[in-house]
Every structure is written in C-alpha cells, then in structure tokens.
Design a protein around this ligand. Structure first.
Ligand SMILES: [Zn+2]
Length: 164
C-alpha cells in the first residue's frame, strides 16, 4: 500500500471520536514501515494490551478502525483468519471486536471477527503457493489473495459503518 502519514492515519478512523483518534497510539517511524509489503497497516498499542488499530486504503481514501482483541480461546485447535483465510494455530488467531460507527458504537454496540492475532495477514497472503498444473502462476495467485484480503477487510469495515 501507499505510505500514510500520522495525520492521514488519525483522520481515517470511522469508529471512534475525533478525540480518541487524536490520542490513540500511532507507531513512530512511519516513513520506515514496510509499506510495499502491506495490504493494510495494523498495530497494537504497547501501553494498552488488547487495543489495536487497522488502516487501509479504500480506493484512495485512508480508512481506519479501532479494535479490541479478546482474550484467547484455547479450546479450539485451529482457526481460520476471516481476513486472509489462512488456517493458523489457535494462539495465532484471536477474536477482535470493533465498536460500530456513530451513535450505535457510543452505546456499546460492536461487531467481531477472528483475525490473525498480530494483524499479520499481509505476510500470510504473500507466502507464495507452490506452482501446480491446475493453478495459475504463483504471482497471479498471490495477487488474487491480496485483492480478496482487502475485499474482506472492506466488508468488515462496511459492517462497522452499517452501510451494507
Ligand atoms: Zn489473517
């Protein structure tokens, strides 16, 4: 994805107040983040365990959400990340809950989904599959996986905004 500035990131959030967006943790050194290797930019707040943020480009518009990671559920052995559709050991996938946008979110309404626990989907969709006779070229597969990842992120954000 194209590089984002701190100001762009802070202005991008759809499900928190402007005050929260001003205060929330944004990593320093954004110019050095591996933007080329990211489909979305996701990070956790080192001072507030369980608080995460995710920003991607919807078309050209930076669009961000705040998320809260629930405690791990150990009973299930393997989870499928709902964004990158990679099967992971249970510890590597966690339930994330996001407040809905606007009034509903302020009143405590949320939506949740299972996502890679450190928001590392971009790395997973870049693991190239082996070439196989029935499969197109690995780079084609990877490009399709990346596009699908962003579609799923966008669908989740649309659920948060209740625009669907
Ligand atoms: Zn994932």
């Amino acid at each position: 994805m194209e590089e984002l500035s701190e100001a762009q990131i802070r202005a991008s959030f759809v499900n928190c107040s402007t005050g929260e967006a001003t205060r929330l943790f944004v990593p320093s050194g954004l110019a050095f983040a591996p933007w080329d290797e990211l489909d979305y930019f996701g990070w956790g707040d080192p001072n507030a365990p369980g608080r995460y943020s995710l920003v991607y480009r919807r078309g050209d518009t930076p669009t961000g959400i705040v998320l809260r990671r629930a405690d791990r559920v150990a009973r299930i052995q393997v989870h499928l990340c709902s964004f990158c559709h990679t099967a992971q050991p249970a510890n590597d996938v966690a339930l994330f809950v996001a407040p809905l946008a606007g009034e509903a979110g302020r009143n405590g309404s949320t939506v949740g989904t299972y996502i890679c626990s450190e928001l590392t989907c971009s790395a997973h969709v870049r693991l190239q599959p082996h070439a196989a006779p029935i499969q197109p070229y690995p780079t084609t597969v990877m490009r399709a996986n990346r596009a699908r990842l962003l579609e799923r992120v966008d669908r989740f954000v649309s659920d948060i905004e209740r625009v669907r």
